[in-house]
Design a protein around this ligand. Structure first.
Ligand SMILES: Cc1ncc(COP(=O)(O)O)c(C=O)c1O
Length: 383
C-alpha cells in the first residue's frame, strides 16, 4: 500500500529520552536499579500527589503486587469493572481470587457506583464481602472515585484504581489516580506516555510500596548471601526504561493537550454526521482523551463499527473496537457479573480512532475523509 500507515496510538518521543539514556550508559546503571529509576518514582509520586511509587516491569505487575499485598483467601471475590482490558482482572486469578464484574454507566463508561452499591449490599447480606474493588479509568477518563470510595468505605473494602490509560487526566481538579488506596499506571508502548514498557504502583501507604519493592526483587531478605523466606517475583523496572519514562513524564501535559486536540478535531469534522456520537466527558474532571472513541448507530450512519473499521483498514488506517467486556470473555465466562448491557452495547457500537499525540492535520484529515467516504459509499449502495 502506498500511503503510510496511521497507527492507533504509537509512541511519541520528545528527544530528551536520548539525553537521559546517554546518562544511563555513561553511569553504567544498565540494571533494574539506579538513579533514573529512583527519579521516575519520585516524579511520578509527585505528579499523582501521592507519597511514594514503585516502578515495575508493567502495569500488570503493579496490579498483581497490590492484590498480593491483601493476602486473599482462595475463592475470595474481587469486584472489577467489566469494560476493560484483561490485565485489570488477571491478577485476581493469579492470587486465587474470583472476579465479579460490574457494568459501566452510560455517562462515563466507567464502573457504575449504583451497581457497586447494590452488589455490596447483596454481598453483605450473604455474609461474604469482597477482598477488594478494582476500578478502571477507561480510555483516559477517571471513574467517579468519590462515589466509589464512599460506598467502599462503608464496608471497609480497599480500592485499587487502574489508571493505566488515564495518566494526566484529572478528577475534581486533582490528578486521576490520587484518591484510591493504591493506583497502578502503565508505560506500555501504546499509552499516553511510554517507557517502551513498564508500569508503577503508586500509593500513600508506605508499607504497600515497601512490600511491592521487596516482592518485585524476588523477596530477598536482608543478608549478605541470598536468603528467602517468601516467594517473590522479578518485577522491577530497568533503569534504562526508567530514563525514557522520566523524559516522557516531563512532557505529559503536552501529550494530554495534543490528544484532546485530536478529539476536538474529530468532533468538529464528524460530530454533525448522523449516527456518530463521541465518548462523553464527565463533568467532574478532564479526560486525557488517550483514545478518541466514537459510537455508531448503524441504522443512521449506514455502517456498523466493524464495517467502518474494515473500511479504515483499506485506507491503511488502524482503528480498534472498544474493549470486549470481561464478562463476555470465554476465560471469565464462569464469573458472576452485575449488569453488563451498557458495556455490551459500547462493545458492539464503539470504535477507537487513531489518537497518537504526534498526529498531523494531514493524518487527521485522512481519517475524517475515510469515515465520510464510508458513509457515502453505504448510502450510495442503499439507494
Ligand atoms: C486498563 C488497563 N489496565 C492494565 C493494563 C496493563 O498494563 P501493562 O501493559 O503495562 O501491563 C492496560 C494496558 O496495557 C490497560 O489498558
Amino acid at each position: 500500500m502506498s500511503v503510510p500507515r496511521i497507527y492507533l496510538s504509537p509512541p511519541h518521543m520528545s528527544g530528551q529520552e536520548q539525553v537521559y539514556l546517554a546518562e544511563v550508559f555513561a553511569s553504567n546503571w544498565v540494571a533494574p536499579a539506579g538513579p533514573h529509576l529512583e527519579q521516575l518514582e519520585r516524579n511520578l509520586a509527585a505528579r499523582l500527589q501521592m507519597q511514594d511509587a514503585a516502578a515495575l516491569s508493567s502495569g500488570s505487575a503493579a496490579l498483581h503486587l497490590a492484590i498480593r499485598h491483601l493476602n486473599l483467601t482462595p475463592g475470595d471475590e474481587v469486584l472489577c469493572s467489566t469494560l476493560t482490558f484483561c490485565a485489570s482482572a488477571n491478577p485476581i486469578v493469579y492470587e486465587g481470587g474470583a472476579p465479579v464484574f460490574i457494568d459501566s454507566d452510560s455517562e462515563t463508561w466507567n464502573m457504575d457506583p449504583n451497581l457497586l452499591e447494590v452488589e455490596l449490599r447483596d454481598c453483605a447480606r450473604r455474609g461474604k464481602l469482597p477482598g477488594a474493588i478494582i476500578v478502571v479509568d477507561i480510555f483516559g477518563q477517571s471513574a467517579d472515585l468519590d462515589a466509589i470510595l464512599s460506598i467502599a468505605s462503608q464496608y471497609e473494602i480497599p480500592v485499587i484504581e487502574d489508571a493505566a490509560e488515564a495518566v494526566g487526566a484529572t478528577y475534581h481538579g486533582r490528578p486521576a489516580g490520587s484518591a484510591a488506596w493504591a493506583t497502578i499506571v502503565s508505560f506500555n508502548g501504546n499509552k499516553i506516555i511510554t517507557a517502551g514498557g513498564g508500569g508503577a504502583l503508586v500509593s500513600n501507604d508506605g508499607q504497600l510500596i515497601e512490600d511491592a519493592r521487596f516482592h518485585a526483587t524476588q523477596a530477598r531478605d536482608p543478608a549478605p548471601h541470598y536468603e528467602h523466606s517468601r516467594i517473590g517475583y522479578n518485577y522491577r523496572m530497568s533503569n534504562v526504561l526508567a530514563a525514557i519514562g522520566v523524559a516522557q513524564l516531563e512532557v505529559l501535559d503536552d501529550r494530554v493537550a495534543a490528544r484532546r486536540r485530536n478529539f476536538e478535531f474529530y468532533r468538529r469534522h464528524l460530530g454533525a454526521m448522523p449516527g456518530i456520537s463521541f465518548m462523553p466527558e464527565a463533568p467532574y474532571g478532564q479526560s486525557n482523551r488517550w483514545l478518541t472513541v466514537i459510537e455508531l448507530d448503524a441504522n443512521r450512519f449506514g455502517a456498523t463499527a466493524e464495517e467502518l473499521r474494515l473500511h479504515l483498514e483499506r485506507h491503511n488506517i488502524e482503528s480498534r473496537p472498544v474493549w470486549k467486556p470481561l464478562h463476555m470473555q470465554p476465560v471469565f465466562a464462569h464469573c458472576r457479573s452485575r449488569g453488563g448491557a451498557v458495556a455490551e452495547s459500547l462493545f458492539r457500537r464503539g470504535l477507537c480512532l487513531p489518537s497518537g499525540s504526534a498526529m498531523t492535520d494531514i493524518e487527521l484529515n485522512r481519517v475524517v475523509a475515510a469515515v465520510q467516504e464510508c458513509r457515502q459509499l453505504r448510502q450510495r449502495r442503499a439507494a
